[in-house]
Design a protein. Structure first.
Length: 90
């Protein structure tokens, strides 16, 4: 354990940030998973809604610094490409 008061406070802040980041990333992963399952199921309405929600959460996570902005763009791109490929004919 740290001896300095500032170091102790920093440890507390780090723990809080870590929990917040874990919460956001797990929510993000779950939303992306739901979007992929909706795409695989072949339901265009649900797939577009879940893809939109996932893109929104990715943007939020990138703006808060939880994930890198290029990682967010890459994940969105892959998800949208998968969606477009699945529903190209409809």
């Amino acid at each position: 354990m740290a001896n300095l008061k500032a170091s102790k406070k920093d440890i507390i802040r780090s723990r809080k940030r870590r929990l917040r980041n874990l919460n956001t990333t797990s929510r993000l992963k779950a939303t992306i998973r739901k979007a992929r399952t909706a795409i695989a199921a072949g339901d265009p309405a649900a797939a577009s809604e879940m893809t939109r929600q996932a893109a929104r959460l990715l943007d939020k996570a990138a703006s808060k610094g939880i994930i890198h902005k290029r990682q967010a763009v890459r994940r969105k791109s892959r998800l949208v490409r998968r969606h477009a490929k699945a529903f190209a004919d409809s």
